[in-house]
Write a protein that binds this ligand. Structure first.
Ligand code: HEM
Length: 424
């Protein structure tokens, strides 16, 4: 297989360009880029179960993201879905407004005091940013600050207190780093799930021991936060993800959710929601700076919706933004071309085998939709499929395009936190 760089989705894409809609990635794993693969592999009703790839991601115990068993997943959805109800979204918004206000003030202060560039050392592209910043201009690294913002918000909601990264200007206790080290470890170990129990002994490569240590460190942090919340009396009006988990009833037994499961679910939300949201904000910023004509249209829409004079600490509300068509179109288009989860999501063919996109597959075969390739397929998006064109999402065609949009996946295992990321 060709390796243009380390991103799996690019290598898989190259193979699809050479061989067509079906590409065998391993003796038991086939990637499919046919447009119908989305509804046939992931869709409601006929969606296949998650494969053993997700075993690597189990932390503390199986969470809603990693559970492979359908019945167990349905049980978890019953109590986790309350966290993301419209009522909960209204309760979460004030935490986000505070975090966004903090970011605005921090940006102003860094620019006013000429310290903006002092914080770019965290990124791999430091030299490029430093090189591009001209006299009198402030360089801010979107990747750094978007991550700080997203982790502050999701941390506040999921483990009960803000991390304070935006105000501090650094990743205290290496929490972001731990989450990323763990993520890379999981994605690698997930390819060969049986090595998971052996990785503590993989002294020959620090990648494995480091990733495992990071996973353990994150679990300890999640456990400590939940313990603290249970022990300390807090503002009874505080309604966050942890509140909903603590208040939830076990769908089987009726009592509270078992302690270990509750901790696993709180940690799941932190892991699933933080870097995904931060990276999406980063890519959105990048796409707009690369496409100034589109930025201008967006700016005009915002200027019309929120006209001057605005208060000093103004943060737009979700209600005021959710129906702005160009804002929504920019988000969709960013997630199409810069899909945060761009690898194919592996699912396993159930008992008796299955026919998918006209081909027969044996029971146990792993199938994945080729997200990167599907998001650029001219059969779906037309001849300009590689262009950043938010306009394609405006008007009546949007519902049809959404059928092929994998930004939040589709079907029973689609992202449950989509509304939280939209609020952010
Ligand atoms: C822009 C931000 C986000 C993106 C792009 C995103 C994307 C995704 C994708 C693609 C999946 C399917 C993964 C798979 O099948 O392997 C997923 C699942 C999930 N996401 Fe998100 N996500 C985002 C934000 C969030 C947030 C903020 C939360 C929670 C606070 C969250 C919680 C979850 C959970 C719990 C699942 C598993 C759902 C299940 O299996 O039932 N996500 N997300």
């Amino acid at each position: 297989m060709a390796h243009r760089n380390h991103l799996t989705c690019l290598s898989v894409h190259d193979e699809h360009m050479k061989h067509g809609d079906f590409v065998r990635l391993s003796p038991t794993h086939v990637s499919i880029s046919h447009p119908d693969s989305i509804k046939e592999i992931l869709g409601h009703g006929n969606g296949f179960a998650k494969s053993d790839f997700y075993y690597a991601f189990d932390n503390i115990e199986q969470g809603i993201f990693t559970t492979r068993d359908r019945a167990k997943h349905a049980r978890k959805r019953r109590f986790v879905s309350h966290i993301f109800s419209p009522k909960a979204m209204i309760e979460f918004e004030p935490y986000m407004t505070i975090a966004l206000g903090n970011l605005g003030r921090q940006m102003d202060s860094l620019i006013d005091t000429g310290r903006a560039g002092a914080y770019i050392s965290w990124s791999a592209k430091d030299s490029m940013i430093a090189h591009n910043s001209r006299k009198g201009e402030a360089a801010l690294d979107a990747a750094v600050w978007s991550a700080f913002l997203a982790f502050d918000i999701i941390g506040d909601l999921a483990v009960g207190e803000p991390f304070g990264f935006v105000e501090a200007g650094y990743d205290s206790e290496d929490r972001i780093k731990k989450l990323r080290d763990r993520g890379e470890w999981c994605a690698t170990v997930g390819m060969l799930p049986w090595i998971k129990t052996w990785t503590p002994y993989f002294y020959f490569d620090s990648f494995f021991t480091k990733g495992l240590k990071a996973a353990q460190g994150l679990a300890e942090m999640g456990i400590a936060c939940v313990e603290k919340r249970k022990a300390v009396s807090i503002d009874p009006n505080r309604k966050d993800i942890l509140y909903y988990l603590l208040a939830a009833k076990d769908p089987d037994k009726g009592g509270p959710i078992p302690d270990s499961e509750l901790k696993a679910e709180a940690l799941t939300q932190l892991i699933a929601g933080s870097d995904t949201t931060g990276n999406t904000i980063t890519h959105l910023t990048d796409m707009l700076t690369r496409n100034p004509a589109k930025l201008k249209i967006l700016q005009e829409e915002l200027d019309t919706a929120f006209s001057d004079p605005l208060p000093q600490d103004f943060v737009a509300s979700f209600a005021d933004c959710k129906d702005l068509p160009y804002v929504q179109a920019v988000i969709y288009e960013t997630l199409r071309l810069r899909t945060t989860v761009s690898m194919g999501l592996p699912r396993v063919v159930g008992e008796g085998g299955a026919t998918v996109c006209g081909e027969r597959f044996e029971e146990g075969t792993v199938l994945s939709t080729a997200t990167y390739t599907t998001h650029r397929d001219p059969r779906i998006w037309g001849a300009d499929s590689w262009d950043f064109k938010p306009e394609r999402w405006l008007g009546r065609g949007q519902a049809e395009l959404e059928k092929y949009f994998l930004g939040f996946s589709q079907g029973p295992r689609a992202c449950i936190g989509r509304n939280v990321s939209a609020l952010t």
